[in-house]
Design a protein around this ligand. Structure first.
Ligand code: HEC
Length: 492
């Protein structure tokens, strides 16, 4: 979990770092574009100014200015009235190109932006283009009108702009001789703008952007870290809760297991006791019975009637006790040893049971109805036969005095893997409040003389059913009899 949290921290760092650096990279690109845009706007502005001034000059057919060191007559200007005198002072005509040159020189002195008038085949050789201008002019000849570029220059980089100069009407006054025509492109003005100052001028903006991104990154990542910390906290809470739950379950399971173990142990002890007691009681009981018989045989004449009656009670009591002990042994044997289950044909179990009951069936003239096919169940063959025998035998035993007994066995299976057997009789029936009691050991509903037996058959039946994981219960049959139902697992 620690590692998971750490991984999240790294991941969130990577995520925001990637996002912020992408944004920064994009902003940087935009900033560079902005620098270019600013430089281009300035260059174009300068060009427009110069072009407009030139047009103004041309529209006056050139302008006169006094001759001095910086303004000598232009040897390339081939007009009659180039040099004049007004009030004794010499004046000379300044054509647009000459004015452009003078302005350009003044500009150069101030450093920074520069411009240059040029043409592919100049009247004045110094107006010849440099390499860059030559290429650009060639581009204009092919139809271009404007070029803007960042180019390497001496001592750094410069933005260079150049636009075409088109021939307008006033230009023809002087240039008609060179075959200039209206709308022709006969040259251009190139503007050069050192890159460094523009970049420097806009640099604070870039710094600001970087700062904003840095702060943004720190804030976003910080927020993520906070969120992750919260997340980890809730994870820890969850894990603690789960551990608590696990511990509780383990504890409860252990307690439950201990209780079950205790129960099983005391149960086993009890059974062992019952088994040992009944087993060990057999011997003295046999002795008692034998000697009672001995007294009866040898000393009968010497006893009076009352004495013989007492001996009779004794023998009978010993006999009944033996029967009970035998039954008790049978009862405790049901659960001795671990179950060894296999697929058992319940049909065979019922066959065996009915064979064992043949005498009782004949004697009671009972009608036993059973299905021709019974399912395979999962259990132990002998106890299952015993189960059928006890339940069917019970139905035969408690028959109604007024009608011949009829026992009907049916079975239903369900999807959950269980078979429910029903044994319906038309006997004397069992009152509802006694239906639990009949399954208890040695519990009888009737006086001892009325029906034979110790009253253990159904207790054994219940034990066998429960050993197979099933349950057994009694319902009332419509005609006054009872229906015994029990469930057994189907063989897989
Ligand atoms: C008053 C006369 C005059 C007028 C008007 C005039 N020019 Fe010129 N132009 C010249 C002379 C002379 C030169 C030659 C060299 C110099 O002065 O630099 C020249 C040079 C040029 C050059 C430079 C290349 C070269 O041949 O040296 C260009 C381009 C040019 N003119 C375009 C124009 C245009 C476009 C107009 C109209 C706006 C115009 N000129 C108006 C006289 C004139």
């Amino acid at each position: 979990m620690r590692a998971k949290g750490f991984l999240l921290e790294i991941l969130s760092f990577a995520f925001w770092a990637a996002l912020v650096s992408t944004s920064l990279w994009r902003s940087n690109g935009l900033h560079d574009q902005q620098v270019r845009d600013v430089a281009e706007a300035r260059a174009r502005m300068l060009f427009t100014m110069v072009e407009t001034m030139r047009l103004w000059n041309a529209s006056h057919g050139g302008l006169y200015a006094t001759v001095d060191d910086s303004n000598q007559p232009n040897p390339y200007l081939d007009v009659l009235e180039r040099d004049v005198e007004i009030f004794g002072r010499p004046y000379t005509k300044i054509n647009p190109a000459y004015m452009t040159r003078q302005l350009s020189e003044m500009f150069r002195a101030r450093k920074g932006m520069q411009f240059h008038l040029t043409s592919a085949n100049p009247i004045r050789p110094a107006n010849a283009p440099d390499a860059w201008e030559a290429t650009t002019l060639a581009g204009f000849a092919a139809g271009g009108r404007e070029v803007f570029e960042l180019t390497p220059v001496e001592g750094g980089q410069a933005f260079r702009y150049m636009a075409a100069l088109t021939v307008e009407k006033p230009c023809l006054q002087c240039h008609a001789k060179q075959d200039y025509r209206l709308g022709d492109v006969r040259g251009g003005i190139s503007v050069s703008l050192p890159a460094a100052p523009v970049i420097a001028e806009l640099e604070p903006q870039r710094h600001h952007t970087i700062l904003v991104h840095g702060v943004g990154f720190v804030l976003l990542w910080g927020a993520s870290l906070l969120f992750i910390a919260r997340l980890k906290q809730s994870w820890r809470g969850l894990a603690a809760a789960r551990a608590d739950q696990d511990r509780l379950i383990t504890e409860r399971t252990a307690e439950l297991r201990a209780a079950v173990d205790d129960l099983a142990r005391s149960n086993a002890e009890l059974e062992q006791f019952a088994y040992v007691a009944s087993h060990d009681l057999q011997e003295p009981l046999r002795m008692m019975g034998t000697y009672a018989q001995l007294i009866e045989r040898r000393y009968a004449e010497r006893l009076d009637d009352e004495g013989r009656e007492f001996i009779g009670f004794m023998t009978e009591g010993a006999g009944r006790m033996r029967a009970m002990i035998d039954d008790l042994l049978a009862y405790s044997r049901v659960d001795r040893g671990p179950p060894v289950f296999a697929a058992v044909d319940s049909e065979l179990a019922l066959d065996t049971a009915l064979a064992n009951l043949a005498a009782a069936v004949t004697e009671s003239k009972a009608a036993v109805v059973r299905p021709s096919v019974l399912p395979l169940v999962w259990g132990e063959a002998a106890p299952l036969a015993r189960l059928f025998q006890n339940v069917v035998g019970n139905a035969l035993k408690y028959r109604h005095p007024d009608r011949p007994p009829r026992v009907e066995v049916t079975v239903a299976t369900d999807k959950a893997g269980w078979a429910t057997f029903s044994v319906r009789d038309n006997g004397i029936g069992i009152p509802e409040d006694c239906r639990e009691r009949v399954f208890q050991i040695f519990q009888r509903l009737h006086a001892r003389g009325a029906y034979p037996g110790t009253g253990i058959g159904l207790a054994i039946a219940k034990k066998i059913v429960e050993r197979h994981g099933g349950s057994i219960w009694i319902e009332a049959a419509g005609d006054g009899g009872s229906v015994f139902r029990f469930t057994l697992p189907l063989a897989k």
